[in-house]
Design a protein around this ligand. Structure first.
Ligand code: NZQ
Ligand code: ZN
Length: 388
């Protein structure tokens, strides 16, 4: 097991009726904030009314930024930066799913940066002194509520790229599973797919000696399998929503890379981002298509043991030969995505081969991607072709 430092700065407020507890957290950081949200789900499910009455009752001034898109756009980030500057706001409260939270992180970084916030995504600028942000999470998926990452789309260049800094970790995240009851079947399924995919990204590394970290990863995978379909069928099943919500956080708050090499593989995420950049596809749906294709592409004699380990420990595969067990495990992953009614091929979401070469080039803009196997542009295109 490799040595590591682990430090997380986000206070988690998890459970029913926890929103009240964010007020002292906000007040200790300022008295005026940007209240940012998406296309209106929080107005339908009552979360907006709850948050606004809490802010008003506690004399916290706020300006609103609404309409942040799924696959959040740089134009929304620029607008948020403008509102924060014009009103001299000292805090950002993100109320929504990963898209809203990610946009808020980029806004937080953009306020203290003189140039265009897209520079962060193009690695031309580093995050310095961002505004503090808080989160009221309404969708279990990305884990952004307890990490310093954000993924932003540029609608002009059709790029979707990550940025990140430890200082972008939210100060707090309110995680009330009841707020996720209104998430529809598609986004619940895409969320469960995203969560298990984050675990895959951390799990599939060449390390042979991080038993405990891999064991935690396997438990989170099993949680997605146990509760993904249940949350779709019974949207108000508290245990299902709560377990998925916490699984989503644990999957990508740093825990699953401890004692292992680097920070995970992430090639599949990079490839998926190229799909959603061009086609505005739901992130989790793109992962359901790409992950099995990536697994099949990178599987070889040297790494089969790891795929076999997942097959045996998570899916109960009883095959002795590693390669055969690994192949069966990949089939089980596909079956799981199918059981959530996720698409399994690009054809299923009406995507053809028009941009596959371009996606390969854009995905490897800053060099080869992946750890399990380093992928060049031609490999990315081959994986996408296999996913057609
Ligand atoms: O916009 P509104 O009206 O709020 O509706 C949203 C949106 O249409 C809706 N929704 C959210 N909470 C709801 C709800 N509908 C009903 N009831 C609720 N309680 O769900 C739709 C999707 O929301 P979105 O925020 O886009 O989903 P998600 O949380 O999956 O976020 C996806 C984005 O996060 C990025 C993805 O690439 C994508 O852009 N990711 C961010 C990561 C990170 N920061 O660490 C890691 C991930 O791998 C991922 O790349
Ligand atoms: Zn993801």
């Amino acid at each position: 097991m490799k040595s590591f430092n682990f430090n997380t700065t986000t206070k988690i407020l998890f459970g029913k009726n926890k929103a009240e507890e964010m007020i002292p957290e906000i007040k200790s950081r300022g008295n005026s904030l940007l209240l940012a949200y998406g296309g209106g789900s929080i107005k339908k499910n009552g979360v907006y009314d709850k948050v606004v009455s809490l802010l008003k009752d506690n004399n916290i001034k706020f300006k609103e930024l609404s309409g942040i898109e799924p696959n959040p756009r740089i134009s929304s980030v620029r607008e948020g930066v403008k509102i924060c500057r014009e009103n001299n706001l000292d805090f950002i409260l993100a109320v929504g799913g990963g898209s809203v939270v990610d946009a808020c992180k980029a806004i937080a970084a953009g306020v203290s940066y003189d140039g265009d916030p897209w520079d962060f995504m193009m690695m031309k600028a580093k995050v310095k002194n961002p505004l503090p942000i808080g989160v009221v999470l309404t969708l279990a998926a990305t884990g952004t509520e307890m990490n310093g990452n954000a993924v932003i789309s540029n609608e002009e260049t059709l790029q979707k790229r990550p940025m990140g800094a430890p200082s972008l970790c939210p100060a707090f995240s309110v995680m009330d599973p009841v707020y996720t009851y209104s998430v529809n079947k598609w986004h619940t399924a895409a969320g469960a797919t995203d969560i298990i995919s984050h675990v895959f990204e951390f799990y599939f590394t060449p390390d042979k000696d991080a038993f405990v970290t891999d064991g935690v990863a396997e438990a989170i995978m099993k949680t997605c399998i146990e509760y993904g379909r249940k949350a779709i069928d019974s949207p108000e099943d508290y245990e299902a929503r709560a377990n998925l919500m916490w699984a989503g956080t644990l999957a990508i708050n740093g825990l699953l890379s401890l004692g292992k090499t680097g920070g995970g593989d992430w090639a599949t995420h990079m490839i998926e981002h190229e799909i959603s950049a061009i086609y505005d596809l739901t992130h989790g749906a793109g992962l359901a298509i790409v992950f099995p294709a990536w697994m099949q592409y990178v599987l070889d004699e040297d790494n089969a043991w790891k795929f076999a380990k997942m097959a045996r420990n998570v899916f109960g595969v009883k095959i002795e030969d590693d390669i055969e067990a690994a192949k069966k495990g990949i089939e089980e992953v596909k079956k799981y995505f199918k059981s959530l009614d996720m698409p399994l091929s690009l054809k299923d979401v009406d995507i053809d081969d028009q941009y596959l070469e371009e996606m390969g080039e854009k995905c490897t803009l800053f060099g080869a991607v992946g750890v399990m196997r380093k992928l060049e542009a031609k490999d990315v295109t081959a994986i996408l072709k296999a996913a057609l």
